[in-house]
Ligand binder design. Structure first.
Ligand code: HPA
Ligand code: ZN
Length: 346
């Protein structure tokens, strides 16, 4: 890895904000800010069960993943039209571009919305149109990853996959999200095999709250290329050796881990130890509207809490491009821009 010249600690937040980066773990439904939620509810003749934005924000206190998922699911009820999905995705892309995100791979699911009576095309077309407009108008590159909901059955995941196939060209990959404990990756062995046969890139949430065994089976049974979260890997030295040796990226989300009480404080987060162990870790926002920050807040707060340096910043941003599903020449171009910012930063 390139040696980066030291940056004084007062200047580090500015470098973190300004450095080019990719975001690889962000659920678009988790970017729905309370203000937009109320606006969409009004547009669709619906009500939000809170008196105002401030009251809704005050409800964003969680003890674990499931408590969050229940609130997050309630928030998706305001999404009814293709334009709603467009507006939500556009708002995120404007925010990401302001944070110097050059490329983003956006998670979404269709099962939440089809269970509310929408069809998959409304979801996918709205999100895709926002991504296309953002490339043109904001210069940010964006692709879409369809996540299956693991608390539902594999049969239902197969249905979601079949419904998405007419839009195959608008999707880069398949992921696995929602309640982790009790729903191990191997529950989805067959549907991931089918997705692999269809040439989708594969990722899965594993080792957020779940044990290292779930990371092993995401790799060995689902054959995913990246692990989402993966922070529990450090409990298993043999797994750490494998992840480092095979250079399997981990999309870490520090503020999410803090809000969902995976770690009691940010100072106890293991991101620094992951890098120390040679893991290909990245920093991401997960559900920024709910967890108190977009990607730059994840970087600045975590660096302050852990005392990480400009060298770590370069490593993490470099990893984010390396771990992305863009072609080799685009990766190189983004990494060249990264080097340029580090070399010219005063
Ligand atoms: N974990 C699992 N499922 C999710 C998450 C998460 O952090 N965010 C949105 N869906
Ligand atoms: Zn997630």
């Amino acid at each position: 890895m390139r040696q980066i010249k030291p940056v004084v600690s007062e200047r580090l937040p500015e470098l973190l904000r300004r450095m080019p980066k990719a975001e690889l773990h962000m659920h678009i439904e988790g970017s729905l800010e309370p203000e937009l939620m109320f606006a969409l509810a009004a547009r669709n003749g619906l009500t939000v069960p809170y008196p105002d934005v401030a009251a809704l924000r005050r409800a964003y206190v969680f003890n674990n993943l499931q408590e969050f998922l229940d609130v997050y699911h309630a928030g998706t009820l305001v999404l009814r039209t293709e334009q709603d999905f467009y507006d939500m995705c556009w708002a995120y892309l404007v925010r990401a571009a302001a944070d110097h995100v050059l490329h983003t791979e956006i998670f979404f699911d269709t099962q939440t919305h089809t269970s509310h009576g929408l069809s998959a095309d409304v979801v996918i077309n709205g999100l895709h149109r926002a991504c296309a407009d953002a490339q043109e108008q904001l210069g940010i590159s964006a692709s879409l990853i369809l996540c299956f909901l693991r608390h539902l059955s594999e049969h239902e995941a197969f249905e979601a996959l079949e419904q998405a196939l007419p839009y195959r060209d608008k999707l880069v990959g398949i992921g696995l999200a929602s309640s982790e404990l009790g729903h191990p990756p191997e529950k989805f062995a067959k549907v991931f095999a089918r997705a692999r046969a269809l040439d989708f890139r594969l990722v899965a949430h594993a080792g957020e709250e779940g044990p290292p065994a779930y990371i092993w089976s995401a790799l060995d049974v689902l054959k995913v290329e990246r692990i989402d979260h993966g922070v529990q890997a450090l409990r298993d030295p043999a797994l750490v050796t494998r992840l480092a040796f095979e250079r399997i990226p981990l999309t870490v989300c520090p503020l999410s881990n803090l809000k969902l009480k995976v770690f009691p404080t940010l100072a106890q987060h293991n991101l620094g130890r992951m890098l120390q162990a040679g893991l290909v870790a990245t920093v991401n926002s997960d559900d920024p509207a709910y967890f108190g920050g977009y990607i730059n807040e994840n970087y600045t707060q975590t660096f302050a809490a852990l005392g990480l340096t400009a060298q770590h910043a370069y490593q993490l941003a470099h990893n984010s491009f390396a771990a992305s599903f863009i072609d080799a020449s685009a990766k190189q171009a983004f990494q060249d821009r990264l080097v340029e910012v580090f070399e010219t930063f005063e």
